[in-house]
Design a protein around this ligand. Structure first.
Ligand code: GLV
Length: 311
């Protein structure tokens, strides 16, 4: 039966669940030093091995990571490995969509302004613009984009999803091909970035493309910082060429203290937190156990990454 390495600690309850899914398995967890000697005959990893560890794990069949994105993991060693790579994709849609809507509503209802007034005990009305009838563009219309689109439709927004292989969706008014980004940008009141980071999406929202957005538009990035030209974005926000931005991800994380983004009054900065959940680890374990069963039975794995495509 499999030798399973668990990165990042393991509780007795988690260990018992893995053993009942995979009786006879050997579970190894602990420090990297403790794990090192087990790597040559490890078949399964829950968590992620670094490139040097991957090179040691010659018998690895499955690396089940605990994130949705794998951009940071796709090393030459991983591409060369025969191991299959699976994500926790699918568990982030609702939580990220709620995060995005907390930002959309905060901007629409003037909460940053009203919080400022509260500090000063100022009683002054705010005149919101309704979301109803506005247009939201969602770049990347996978499970996360669709969860956002579903909520946007309920608020009366028109939703245009953009994806590589477009097909009609109940979570959008329209779904367009990814080649129509330049056509989409001038139309939107709210633009959400929900694409995986790949060579094709690096700097997708370039300085030139940022200029295609209306000055009244809001941007939300819950994808990866490198999808946007961050310097051009900071300048556009400072100069009022964009109404505001809700940013959860950054080119460098943690966001460095000298980043101009911190002090913009039309940016809401959150620390790469949109995808978290109080019971994240429990949900991630359920996905791992499901894939462990599938691996044993020779069934297709859930959330398997196409390493060539990068997601
Ligand atoms: C977080 O950003 C993730 O990819 O899970």
């Amino acid at each position: 039966m499999y030798k399973i390495v668990v990165k990042g600690g393991l509780s007795p309850a988690e260990s018992a669940e893995i053993m009942s899914c995979c009786p006879g398995a050997t579970i190894v967890s602990g420090t990297d030093e403790e794990i090192a000697s087990s790597l040559p005959d490890t078949e399964v990893v829950w968590g992620s091995l670094d490139p040097a560890q991957l090179a040691q794990a010659e018998k690895l069949l499955l690396m089940q990571v605990v994130t949705a994105g794998v951009d940071h993991l796709l090393s030459p060693e991983l591409l060369a490995s025969h191991a299959r790579l699976c994500t926790t994709s699918g568990m982030h849609g609702a939580t990220i969509a709620e995060h995005v809507f907390s930002l959309v509503l905060a901007f629409a209802r003037g909460l940053p302004t009203l919080f400022g007034q509260q500090q000063l005990k100022v009683w002054q009305h705010y005149r919101p613009t309704l979301l109803q009838g506005q247009v939201m563009g969602i770049v990347g219309f996978g499970s996360i984009g669709q969860a956002i689109g579903q909520r946007a439709l309920a608020f009366g927004l028109q939703v245009i999803g953009l994806r590589r292989n477009p097909s009609p969706s109940p979570s959008a008014t329209m779904v367009w091909g990814e080649d129509r980004l330049d056509e989409l940008l001038p139309l939107v009141d709210h633009l959400v970035l929900a694409v995986p980071l790949t060579p094709a999406t690096t700097n997708l929202l370039s300085q030139e493309r940022l200029k295609l957005l209306k000055p009244s538009a809001y941007l939300y990035n819950i994808a990866r910082g490198a999808v946007v030209d961050e310097d051009a974005l900071a300048a556009a926000l400072a100069q009022g060429e964009l109404a505001g931005a809700g940013l959860d991800v950054f080119a460098t994380e943690p966001l460095p203290p000298d980043s101009p983004l911190w002090s913009l009054n039309n940016a809401i900065i959150t620390p790469h937190t949109a995808g978290y959940l109080a019971d994240y680890r429990r949900q991630a374990l359920a996905i791992f156990l499901d894939n462990l069963r599938r691996l044993k039975q020779g069934l297709p794995l859930a959330n398997e990454v196409d390493k060539g495509a990068g997601y």
